[in-house]
Structure formats: structure tokens, C-alpha cells
Design a protein around this ligand. Structure first.
Ligand code: ZN
Ligand code: ZN
Ligand code: ZN
Length: 376
């Protein structure tokens, strides 16, 4: 059972280092700076993550021209000042009735090119462009894709704890009755288990039984699970602010021989991709290795998604293990390896572990058995 002891919180120095890293990376990329509105990037950089979504502009400005500056609505100032990284930023507020884009624009170079967080609302970007017509903007994921990709030891500790908690939830779900219950019932059990093992947030609990398993993004529905079904279980959320995401496929009683065969192929693909992980290997190579196993077995057309995605303070982020991504693996990167085979109208199989890159190779953060799980 995973420990429930929470890791020590990040310090103001951690946040200061991240903001400095972002400003440096921006300068190296030829940018005038990085602009970050409310969302996971802001939480990662400053620790500021208000629970209420607001339409009022909140914007962190990181540039080599000055200290990190966070622009917030006046009424949010006390909350922003309480954020763990607040000591590393200059906070400026704007009052209702004044122009927040003028306040933000005053911090920008008139002709600067800026990276801007992907989750910035369009109305804010349009407001900045109106106020500073000479500026240009790039999606942060396009211009600095690997900004959050390499995790430090404290982040890895959190990701490992999230993975261990998800594994504990899987061990428990194997003891639960599946036959005769709806997918949504098992999904609710999974969500409860993730919380019981320490997750503060449950993001998804996929229960894809029988033909529903052939749709990789099926969540859980009203279908009643039957004896003989293959069931794809893919679940995760956040623990101490960091994500878990694991998939196992189980069968209700004895599996159909083709389920067993397909499961064996997916398992081999997952293992081969894992063994290919080491520093310097291009991301797309991991996808190719997994795909080759499945294609050679004759099921290539049924592996209909990329092999994996990065994970951190969000469950999908760079690096993406996908054809066309030449970026090399770097120690500290964390991502899923999740090949699958989906036979329309029949069943699906997917096996997913979170893996981190070490100096020598890869280390799994999910360690439950890859055997075809058996449930009743
Ligand atoms: Zn997904
Ligand atoms: Zn998943
Ligand atoms: Zn995933």
C-alpha cells in the first residue's frame, strides 16, 4: 500500500528556479519573453492556482528585461500573495474599470515575440494584440515544448507516489465484482479507490467493456458488463499536484482465445518500447518500436493512436511519443507507454505504464502485473 505521507511542499526557491529557467529558455529561443495566464503552467511556475476560474486577466510576464511580474485583478491580490512562489515575483494589480491589457502591455516590448501559455483565453490574447499591435505570439507548446518535460527529483517523487497509488487502486479493483454491473458502477469504484489511496483529484476512469473497449476514448457508460467480456481500465488523476495514468485490460472469467492472443501482442509491444527507452533516443523511435511489434503481428491498422504522452502537472503534455517527434529522450522525462489494439465491434486491449528516463534506460512508475487480469 502506498504511503499517505505527502511530500514536502515546493519552496519559493523552486519556483524562482523554474521562472528563471523559463526566461532563459525564452531568450535562447529568440523570444522577448513568456506570458502565462491561469492554468497548469502558471501553477507550475508560481504555485498560484486559484480554484475559481475568472474572466479577469491574470498574467505572468517572464522576460530577460526585468523581474518576473504577475498581473492580477485587485480583488485576487491577497490570494496571489499567498501562493507558494509569490515571494519570487513582483505582483501588480489592476482594478475593475481600468484596462488590464494596458497594464500588461506596458511590460511588453512594442515589437516583441512572446511565447504564451496554451490555455490563455483568446479574449486575453486579442486584448494584448489590440494594446500592442507590434507584438507577436507563439504557443508555448510550439516554442518551448520541453519547458516542463524534464522533471527534478521532487517532481519524480510525486509522480512515483501518484503511480503507486494508481497501482494500489488497480490491485483493489481486481477484487470487485464486474459481471452484471454497469461500467459506470465500476468507474465509481475506481474513482473511490484513487481517492482512498491519496489522489486529491480524479481525472478519468475509463471502463470499456466488450465492444466499448474498441473505442480508446470511451469513458464509461450504461452497458452492463457480461461474463467473457474483455474490459479496458484506464484511470488517473492528481496526487500532490502530479498525475497518474495507467491502463490494464482484464477479462470477466475465461478469456476468448483471440483476446489472449491480442493481449500478448500488446504486452510484447509495451515491453519492447520500454526496453528501447534510454537517453538520446528520439521520441518517435519509441512509437516505431511499439508499432513494429503490432504491425508484424498483423494488427497495425488497429493501433490507432500514438504510443505515449508526457505527464506532470497535467496528464497530457510534451514529450509526445509520436511519429514526427525527433526530440531526444532526456533523463528525468516522464511519459506513458500505452500501445493498444482496437477491434471495432468486438473488444480492445491497452497496457499503459508511466515510465521515466534514467541515465541507463527507463524506470516504470507503474509496476502492477502485465498479465491479463481476471475478474469475476
Ligand atoms: Zn489519453
Ligand atoms: Zn491512460
Ligand atoms: Zn495515457
Amino acid at each position: 500500500m502506498p504511503t499517505t505521507a505527502k511530500p514536502a511542499p515546493f519552496t519559493v526557491d523552486d519556483y524562482a528556479a523554474r521562472m528563471a529557467r523559463a526566461a532563459t529558455a525564452a531568450a535562447e529561443a529568440g523570444l522577448a519573453g513568456v506570458l502565462v495566464a491561469l492554468g497548469p503552467d502558471l501553477a507550475w511556475l508560481t504555485g498560484y492556482q486559484p480554484t475559481a476560474v475568472t474572466e479577469r486577466l491574470t498574467l505572468l510576464v517572464l522576460s530577460p528585461d526585468g523581474p518576473p511580474t504577475l498581473i492580477v485583478p485587485t480583488l485576487e491580490r491577497p490570494d496571489a500573495e499567498a501562493a507558494a512562489g509569490a515571494g519570487a515575483v513582483t505582483i501588480r494589480d489592476w482594478t475593475d474599470g481600468s484596462d488590464p491589457y494596458a497594464a500588461a502591455g506596458a511590460l511588453l516590448r512594442a515589437d516583441g515575440r512572446y511565447g504564451i501559455s496554451d490555455s490563455t483565453w483568446a479574449m486575453h490574447l486579442l486584448g494584448l494584440q489590440r494594446n500592442r499591435p507590434g507584438t507577436a505570439y507563439l504557443s508555448l507548446t510550439d516554442c518551448l515544448p520541453m519547458l516542463r518535460a524534464v522533471k527534478d527529483a521532487d517532481e519524480l517523487e510525486r509522480l512515483a507516489a501518484a503511480g503507486a497509488a494508481a497501482d494500489a487502486a488497480y490491485e483493489e479493483i481486481l477484487k470487485v465484482r464486474f459481471a452484471g454491473r454497469r461500467e459506470t458502477d465500476v468507474a465509481a469504484d475506481l474513482a473511490g479507490l484513487l481517492r482512498r489511496f491519496g489522489h486529491e483529484q480524479v481525472d478519468f476512469t475509463v471502463v470499456g467493456s466488450g465492444p466499448n473497449g474498441a473505442n480508446p476514448h470511451h469513458e464509461a457508460g450504461e452497458r452492463v458488463i457480461e461474463a467473457g467480456d474483455a474490459v479496458v481500465l484506464d484511470f488517473g488523476g492528481l496526487l500532490s499536484g502530479y498525475g497518474s495514468d495507467t491502463t490494464r485490460t482484464v477479462t470477466v472469467g475465461e478469456p476468448d482465445p483471440e483476446v489472449r492472443k491480442v493481449h500478448g501482442i500488446v504486452r510484447e509491444a509495451q515491453q519492447a518500447a520500454f526496453e528501447a527507452v534510454r537517453p538520446g533516443v528520439p521520441c518517435q523511435e519509441i512509437d516505431r518500436v511499439a508499432r513494429r511489434v503490432i504491425t508484424d503481428a498483423g494488427y497495425g491498422e488497429f493501433f490507432i493512436h500514438r504510443t505515449g504522452h508526457g505527464i506532470g502537472v497535467t496528464t497530457h503534455e510534451p514529450p509526445y511519443l509520436v511519429e514526427g517527434e525527433p526530440a531526444p529522450l532526456v533523463p528525468g522525462m516522464c511519459f506513458s507507454i500505452e500501445p493498444g489494439i482496437y477491434l471495432p465491434g468486438r473488444f480492445g486491449v491497452r497496457i499503459e505504464d508511466i515510465v521515466t528516463v534514467t541515465a541507463e534506460g527507463g524506470r516504470r512508475l507503474n509496476t502492477t502485473s502485465h498479465d491479463l487480469g481476471l475478474v469475476s
